[in-house]
Structure formats: C-alpha cells, structure tokens
Ligand binder design. Structure first.
Ligand SMILES: Cc1cc2nc3c(=O)[nH]c(=O)nc-3n(C[C@H](O)[C@H](O)[C@H](O)COP(=O)(O)O)c2cc1C
Length: 170
C-alpha cells in the first residue's frame, strides 16, 4: 500500500456516474449542469443526492426554485454533456447552445431532457454543507425512462460512453 492524494483516489472512480441537474433560470430559460458526484440516497421515500460546487449557477437556481430534474444522459448526447460540464449557465444560454432539447416536467417546474435515458423530477428536501460542495437531497416525485436509450457513464480520459449491459439472469 502507498499513501496517495485525493486526486489519485478520484482517478480511481472510473467509470463514474454521469447525470445532469436541470433547472429554470430566473428568466425562465432552461439550464443543465453535468454532475458526477451523485447517488440514490433513500429507497422509500425515494431520494436522490447530488453534490454541487458552491459556485455553480445550477446550485443558485435550484436553491431559489426548490424544484429540479436529474437526467441520466443517453448514448448520443456526449457533446451536450461535455458542453454543460464546461460552460456556466451564468454566462451561457444552454437552451440554445448545449445541443440538449428541454421540455417542461410533468409534476415539477423544471426541465426534462428529451432523449435522455431517464429523467427524475425532484423537489428539494435537504441542502447540506460539505466543504466546497453542497449536497442536495431531493425527493423524486416522478420519473421517465426511454427504454431503448442506453445511459452514459464517465470513463475518464476515454470519454463518455454506455456501460456494456450485463446479461440479466432469466
Ligand atoms: C464529467 C463531469 C463531471 C462533473 N461533476 C461535477 C459534480 O459532481 N459537481 C459539480 O458541482 N460540478 C461538476 N462538474 C463541473 C460542472 O458541470 C461545471 O463547472 C459547469 O460548467 C457548471 O455549470 P453552472 O455554473 O451552469 O452550474 C462536472 C463536469 C464534468 C465535465
């Protein structure tokens, strides 16, 4: 065993979960932020958690609106995922420039991503301070899946791609 830095440990988290957090900005346009630090936090009630950097524009909008969508981007949406992970909605119109097509959620006032493998409509339950991030825990009030679309994961230097589906036991 050798002692390592936080960066070394982070590099080991590969493949990594890949989601976007989508919210409406104060002007009513949609914005999405790419997030890798994400997990299911409770089964019943169904809570999903994401860690958002304190300077993220999505965090500011989410805390104001208290409703948002977590999307699992699908195969073919790699460019839009990278765009939303490298541009801030504070200065960019992601509705026009990201390549994602947004549509209003069914139960929350937040945007779904068309063609994503899944969209989870969430209401804010807790916001926990966690160092340089805020952990957002939301109740999933409803979800949508696209049965034929494979979910993307982050494979680090080799980019975003779907994980090879395992053969399900029959
Ligand atoms: C693959 C990938 C994973 C990321 N994961 C996170 C994350 O878990 N939390 C976070 O706050 N930012 C994460 N980011 C960075 C944000 O997506 C990025 O800073 C984005 O431009 C913020 O946009 P915003 O200011 O509109 O919220 C990630 C970026 C990429 C490309």
């Amino acid at each position: 065993m050798r002692q390592v830095s936080a960066e070394d440990i982070l590099a080991l988290e590969c493949p990594q979960t890949l989601v976007t957090v989508n919210v409406y900005k104060p002007d009513g346009s949609a914005t999405a932020t790419t997030v890798g630090w994400a997990m299911i936090a409770s089964g019943s009630p169904f809570y999903y958690a994401v860690a958002l950097g304190k300077k993220r524009y999505a965090l500011e909008c989410l805390l104001a609106r208290k409703e948002y969508v977590v999307s699992f981007p699908g195969d073919g949406q790699e460019k839009a995922v990278l765009f939303c992970g490298t541009h801030s909605g504070r200065k960019t119109d992601k509705e026009k420039e990201s390549g994602f097509r947004f549509v209003r959620g069914a139960e929350v006032n937040a945007p779904l991503i068309e063609g994503a493998a899944a969209n989870l409509e969430c209401r804010l339950i807790h916001a926990y301070d966690a160092g340089d991030h805020t952990i957002i825990v939301g109740e999933v009030v409803t979800g949508h899946v696209e049965d034929t679309v494979l979910r993307l994961f982050n494979f680090g230097n080799t980019g975003f791609s779907p994980a090879k589906p395992l053969k399900v036991r029959t």
